[in-house]
Ligand binder design. Structure first.
Ligand SMILES: [Fe+2]
Ligand SMILES: [Zn+2]
Length: 456
């Protein structure tokens, strides 16, 4: 209730500046709490008067740094208004939360379908009363109750309002974790899970390892296409492309696509010809007879990008700025290109960290720039190519029947050496959104999922 004394917990959490000025009788109540924050260099304020391109260049960096730290953002409650401090520690001014936002984000069963979370009302037509009649608090300010002009009531937690556009919420929304970079040395202890435990406990640990390392083996699987397909469908629907869905093929020289031959393949990501390349790819070698070779390789695209950022930030920027097209044209009646040229290194537009690596020399089409830019792009790309080709950056291994590997195609590059004999491989793709959806569902609490899903 208004005027109720702050609970001990909340009082203890008051920042010193707020404590000095807070007088429950005369001034609005002010709460704060420490919560995980972004590192200072991650505060993505968007300074006025700077071109979007320069802002972009200022923001981008190779890796998300998911840190915990103290940063106070205060909520100020008046009888009929609610204010929250700015989005970064650099911006301490209060911004009022409009009645329309509060009503639009009401989570009650009347405003939202309780099963699906879908909105069941519309604040745009002027028929829903968005005027704030009064605001009350309970539990020492932990809960904020808003009553609108039509007596409709909604309750928010302070946490919800404070963390609305905070990096922590973005991380949860997008299933972002702190990646562990690796190089060839990961061969001594590559991430893996036991198939038996996946069967028993689900894909949570598998997906967590893929989020952190970009790939994971599954040990002790039956070397059959059926088991592989059912493992993939535990994560999400298998993506259908012009090559089909789940595949099970024997390499032979008569095939048109290099992936279906026995030639060597340089490290690459798949689907650079799609607007949205696949999220995950699974490779399971079912058998290799009458021959040898065919060693696989994985490269940590994020790790290599970070190396480029360190050694030549200009080259990094070039690969982050100029779009590149890809194409898939080998099959009769197929001519696929992405909807627009996309840089080799794509960054999260809001958070600024590297989100996706797209690299496929074989499938590359045009570069979106004039000849001066193209030449600079070539120089930058040559540096990236040199890094992915370095033996220190390549984790080389032999695929084994019963031990598929699943990797993040937005992060890892994969390749293989030439081989002789007959290899039978199976596998498939899973869309990025389905991958992250399942990661969130299996690695986050229901409360965190809710707090980073519907409102915002
Ligand atoms: Fe590939
Ligand atoms: Zn409601």
């Amino acid at each position: 209730m208004i005027g109720e004394p702050l609970s001990r917990r909340c009082a203890a959490q008051l920042s010193s500046s707020a404590r000095k000025t807070t007088n429950p009788r005369r001034l609005p109540q002010v709460w704060s709490a420490s919560y995980a924050s972004q590192a200072p260099d991650q505060v993505n304020t968007w300074p006025k008067g700077i071109s979007l391109e320069r802002q972009h260049a200022r923001m981008i960096r190779p890796v998300p740094v998911v840190l915990s730290g103290a940063h106070d953002r205060l909520i100020r409650v008046n009888r009929t208004s609610l204010e929250v401090q700015g989005q970064s520690s650099a911006d301490a001014s209060y911004i009022p939360i409009s009645g329309r936002w509060l009503r639009d984000n009401c989570g009650c069963n009347q405003c939202r379908n309780p099963e699906t979370g879908q909105r069941q009302m519309n604040v745009f037509k002027g028929v829903v009363n968005c005027d704030i009649a009064r605001i009350e608090t309970s539990k020492g300010g932990a809960l904020i109750h808003v009553t609108f002009g039509d007596e409709h009531q909604t309750t928010f937690t302070q946490e919800q309002l404070r963390l609305r556009s905070h990096s922590e919420t973005h991380y949860k929304r997008h299933g972002i974790v702190q990646p562990t970079m690796w190089n060839a040395g990961i061969s001594s202890d590559p991430p893996s899970v036991e198939f038996a435990s996946v069967e028993k406990e689900g894909v949570g640990l598998l997906l967590q390892k893929i989020r952190v390392y970009g790939f994971c083996f599954v040990d002790g699987m039956p070397a059959t296409p059926e088991a592989t397909e059912s493992l993939l469908t535990m994560i999400g629907p298998i993506r259908n492309t012009h090559y089909g869905g789940f595949y099970d093929f024997t390499s032979n020289l008569s095939s048109k696509d290099t992936a279906y031959t026995n030639e060597s393949l340089e490290p690459h990501t798949d689907n650079t010809y799609f607007t949205e390349p696949t999220g995950l790819q699974a490779l399971h070698l079912l058998s290799h007879t009458d021959g040898s070779g065919g060693q696989s390789s994985l490269v940590d695209g994020f790790g290599v990008a970070a190396q480029l950022y360190e050694s030549d930030p200009k080259a990094y920027r070039f690969l982050s700025t100029y779009g590149v097209l890809g194409h898939a044209s080998g099959n009769e009646g197929i001519s696929i290109q992405p909807s627009h040229a996309v840089p080799v290194l794509s960054h999260h537009p809001r958070m600024g960290f590297l989100e996706q690596v797209r690299w496929n020399n074989a499938d590359r089409a045009g570069i979106d720039g004039n000849f001066t830019a193209v030449e600079k792009w070539y120089s930058a790309a040559a540096k990236f190519d040199a890094l992915i080709s370095k033996p220190e950056n390549q984790y080389v291994f032999q695929l084994q029947p019963g031990r598929p590997v699943i990797f993040d195609n937005w992060r890892c590059l994969h390749g293989r050496t030439a081989f002789t004999g007959k290899r039978r491989m199976c596998g498939g793709y899973i869309n990025r959104d389905d991958f992250i959806s399942k990661y969130r569902a299996t690695n986050m609490t229901e409360e965190d999922i809710r707090a980073s899903t519907v409102t915002g």
